[in-house]
Design a protein around this ligand. Structure first.
Ligand SMILES: Cc1ncc(COP(=O)(O)O)c(C=O)c1O
Length: 404
């Protein structure tokens, strides 16, 4: 008789975004005339930029010709893309990362969920609270946590690093050093970033305690302030203690076409065993390469025209972020984020819970956002709005909120 992986049963009920979708569809059914503005899910809305689409078209034509047809892609990624990433995302910023330290994938969700496979089951993880839920859930599935505690909203055996207005949304070093530290910067959902010096302190902490930092920089393109690091490898010593995960979803609108990458430096090793070699082995066994067409599209993100066009899209979303951030401030809300990230994080008014505010905003203003408690217990009493909608809708949403 087979047995299931009972770790899955530790995961509490319904996924945040399914609950939101169910609530919104029930509301829409009961109020068919309501003009609902969706500022909830972190999906982009702008079409893929022309230079990238053109590259995809060319790649499609190559596939139609026996002379240029491509079958299986190299599992670690095509050199043309790995070289472009190494040069433009790293070497240009002074980070000593080479193309063969870059592993191309189908996105940051897979990589951030899969990377834990490299580590022993008894490693202790530390996560910011609130944060993108994949880090915890993937470790729960792997059996690296205890049970979910309904009363605290936390899994036993996990180190939560609360990030609230009281500490400026900056995680504090855990007293008992964890083995794996997940940092998501700029942060989803709070929009927080760390100054370069603060990030260096995390690198120093990890090295001192023999920990690995798993650094998710999916929102790197939204950094607007000068003294914020774009990559953890801008910090001294990071190559011996950090893995960095990136995505093409938010900077170039690839949420539907899927592309990302992970950097595992060659000097990252545990007891003489190279994590780079382990990740290469894992990739070779479980992944057959991101599609050629999409890797060509990814390469075009780095062309002069592609870079200009994606920068325009990021600027468009950041204009929405400013509209939402400033509008909320004018309306008297306590607001965070929105400067180095496409997320605006606000404190719910009048002591409402996150879900109470969700219902209030949906019913009174027909706006959908995301309850902060869905990202961890310290998100209770907060709420996330995204800048990924249209500018027109961002303006209209704020007019409605101001009129409440
Ligand atoms: C922090 C973070 N990492 C990763 C992802 C997923 O990225 P991808 O679309 O590349 O899988 C998201 C998506 O919302 C995210 O917020």
């Amino acid at each position: 008789m087979y047995k299931i992986n009972t770790n899955f049963q530790k995961l509490p009920g319904s996924y945040l975004f399914s609950t939101i979708a169910a609530k919104v569809s029930a509301f829409a059914e009961a109020n068919p005339q309501a003009d609902i503005i969706r500022l909830g899910i972190g999906d982009v809305t702008q079409p893929i930029a022309p230079a990238i689409i053109e590259a995809m078209h060319c790649a499609v034509d190559e596939m139609a010709d026996a002379a240029t047809f491509r079958g299986y892609a190299p599992d670690l990624g095509y050199d043309f893309l790995r070289n472009a990433i190494a040069e433009q995302d790293y070497q240009k910023r002074g980070c000593d990362i080479s193309a063969d330290e870059i592993f191309v994938s189908d996105g940051a969700k897979s990589d951030s969920g899969n990377i834990q496979e490299l580590f022993s089951e008894d490693n202790r993880i530390a996560v910011c609270d609130p944060v993108y839920p994949v880090y915890i859930d993937s470790n729960v599935m792997a059996g690296r946590t205890g049970n979910y505690n309904e009363a605290t909203g936390m899994f036993d055996g996990v180190t939560y690093m609360p990030c609230t207005a009281e500490n400026g949304f900056v995680p504090e070093f855990p007293k008992e050093a964890p083995d794996l530290i997940y940092l998501c910067l700029p942060n989803n959902p709070t929009g927080t970033t760390l100054k370069k010096g603060q990030l260096q302190e995390w690198v120093d902490y990890a090295r001192k305690n023999g920990a690995v930092i798993i650094y998710d920089a999916a929102y790197e393109a939204y950094i607007s302030e000068d003294d914020v690091a774009h990559s953890i490898y801008e910090c001294d010593g990071a190559k011996s203690c950090a893995i960095e995960i990136r995505s093409f979803s938010k900077n170039a609108g690839f949420t539907g076409v899927r592309l990302g990458f992970t950097v595992v430096p060659k000097e990252l090793a545990c007891g003489g065993v190279s994590l780079h070699a382990m990740w290469a082995r894992r990739h070779g066994t479980k992944f057959n390469g991101a599609p050629y067409l999409i890797q060509r599209a990814g390469e075009a993100v780095y062309s002069p025209e592609g870079r200009r066009q994606v920068a325009e899209q990021v600027a468009y979303y950041m204009k929405n972020a400013a509209t939402i951030y400033n509008g909320l401030k004018d309306a008297g809300y306590e607001v965070y984020g929105g400067i180095n990230a496409p997320y605006i994080w606000l404190r719910t008014p009048d002591g409402m819970s996150s879900w109470e505010f969700f219902d209030y905003l949906l019913e009174k203003a027909n706006i959908v956002g995301t309850p902060g408690c869905g990202f961890g217990p310290s998100g209770e009493g907060y709420f996330r709005l995204t800048a990924f909608g249209s500018h027109e809708n961002s303006v209209r949403a704020l007019e409605r909120i101001k009129a409440l």
